[in-house]
Design a protein around this ligand. Structure first.
Ligand code: ATP
Ligand code: PMV
Length: 462
């Protein structure tokens, strides 16, 4: 591989909102409905710039919108087909290591996969990460009036995430950029179905490894494919993979990534947004979050199989009804207009929320806690709002709404959410604070190539 032949590449991947099927999707019997969002994470990769006479054999990764966000890695081929070992380098003897497990793991997996395909040495490179504002609620400032990306001027641990799946969008865009840069197009083509499948499998493997757990993987699926109906892969698929550096990691990773053992189902055609509707997400400031919600719900389900199975079954059919009503509205010309047109959808939202509240009450987990019920009811009563739910695992920190895509509807909604106060004392003592509308909406497109020029000001100033 000659570094002369390597051309800068850039890729972006979307964030997500998990609109239906939280908890259910952990079991392959059930599915989830996930929307990709127009908030994207971009990754640009180019040959490393060296001061004349100095040859660096490192891969440098920077996230220039944040303070102290640069990671330098050395890398080498290991023995016994253990793949590429990546070692973070210290900027100086005295500086402490500022780890980013998502970047380090994605780099290890991507370079290992590349090394399993070609035996030539991997040249150094420089990688930049740029994220849209909506991923963080910190206010940012533009570098120039035309800047798309903002300077957040905080460290990453101090950034306040809005829960749009930043790590999944990052791992997906990062993996895609690294593969596109080092592999010729006839070996890895992001625009082909085969390329997307390799990217999905490799990103799932490294994201799970970086998180230290195997979730359902809906966030990587939507980062690659955009909005979709999702059935998870069997978690056992990942359990026989050796650790990076262990004998035969490279060969087994390649076999896993390219193999046909993936039983994931991703149906893009089953999720549509009817013309005239859009999603709106609200971020809820909240003093307390409940850790271990997933573990508690699953334990309760195990101990109460009959009741849980009934709720799971009913919610699954409610979620299927939601997807098919969206598709019907998007594809049929029903002749109905206004509120009447969306009456069925409104009913589906109400029925599904009732089941989610039952799941909450029975398991003792605040999936749709009373504070969120009040907020969702108030938002759903706004003229033009079809309905809403707590996304993903639920809790106090966000809601997602489906509404008519009209400025006056958003304005009326803004009046309700701004200055929102929960009425009465809450039993659980959790007070929700400010509610804000996030600047995002659904987007059907998954991972895509980008023009490298859009990052110039950020890369030059890094
Ligand atoms: N712009 C960025 N640059 C570099 N690393 C980032 C960036 N954004 C996120 N990360 C990495 O991803 C981690 C956050 O991932 P995490 O899975 O905790 O949250 P999330 O994916 O945004 O949220 P959720 O899963 O709740 O939707 C950060 O700690 C950091 O390691
Ligand atoms: C509860 C669960 O089904 C959804 C979690 O979604 P989120 O992280 O809250 O967006 C877990 C999973 O699917 O991995």
């Amino acid at each position: 591989m000659s570094s002369l032949a390597l051309q800068p590449q850039a890729v972006s991947a979307p964030g997500k909102v998990f609109a239906a099927g939280g908890y259910l999707v952990l079991d392959r019997k059930y599915t989830a409905l996930v929307f990709g969002l127009d908030a994207r994470i971009h990754v640009e990769i180019e040959p490393i710039r060296t001061k004349s006479g100095v040859t660096l054999s490192e891969i440098i990764v920077r996230s220039p919108q944040f303070r102290d966000a640069a990671w330098e890695y050395g890398y080498r081929l290991t023995e016994r087909h253990g793949g590429i070992a990546v070692t973070q380098l210290r900027a100086s003897h005295t500086s402490s290591l500022n780890k980013n497990p998502f970047i380090e793991t994605a780099l290890t997996y991507a370079l290992t996969y590349i090394s399993s395909l070609q035996s030539t040495p991997i040249p150094p490179s420089s990688i930049s990460i740029l994220a849209d504002q909506a991923y963080y609620s910190n206010p940012g400032t533009p570098l120039s009036p035309s800047s798309r990306f903002l300077n957040f001027d905080v460290t990453l641990p101090d950034a306040h995430k809005t829960g749009l799946g930043s790590s999944a969008a990052l791992v997906t865009a990062f993996t895609a950029a690294v593969l596109s840069y080092y592999l010729p197009r006839d070996v890895f083509d992001l625009d082909s179905e085969k390329g997307k499948s390799v990217l999905h499998n490799l990103s799932q493997a490294s994201h799970c490894a970086a998180q230290g757990k195997v979730g359902s993987g809906f966030d990587i699926a939507s980062a690659v494919h955009g909005s979709c109906l999702y059935r998870r892969f069997s978690p056992s698929l990942l359990s026989s993979l050796p650790a990076p550096g262990a004998a035969s990691f490279a060969a087994q990773l390649r076999a896993l990534v390219e193999g046909d053992s993936w039983d994931v189902e991703i149906a893009k055609a089953k999720v549509k947004m009817p013309r005239g509707l859009r999603l709106v997400m609200c971020d809820v400031d909240c003093g307390s979050q409940t850790p271990g919600m997933v573990r508690t719900v699953l334990k309760w389900r195990e101990q109460n199989p009959e009741l849980a199975d009934r709720i799971w079954r009913e919610l699954q059919s409610g979620n299927e009804a939601f997807a098919s009503e969206l598709t019907r509205l998007a594809t049929e010309n029903s002749g109905e207009a206004g509120a009447e047109k969306f009456a069925k959808l409104k009913g589906i939202f109400e029925a599904n929320r009732k089941l989610i509240r039952e799941m909450s009450k029975e398991s003792g987990v605040p999936i749709e806690p009373p504070q969120q019920t009040q907020l969702l009811d108030a938002c759903s009563a706004v003229n033009g709002v079809v309905g809403g739910v707590v996304p993903g695992a639920g809790g106090y920190d966000a809601i997602v709404l489906l509404l008519e895509d009209k400025e006056e509807v958003i304005e009326d909604l803004r009046k309700v959410v701004e200055g929102w106060k929960v009425h009465g004392e809450s039993e659980d003592g959790v007070t929700i604070g400010k509610v804000g509308i996030l600047g995002v909406r659904e987007d059907m497109i998954g991972v895509r190539r980008e023009h490298v020029d859009i990052y110039r000001e950020w890369i030059a100033s890094a």
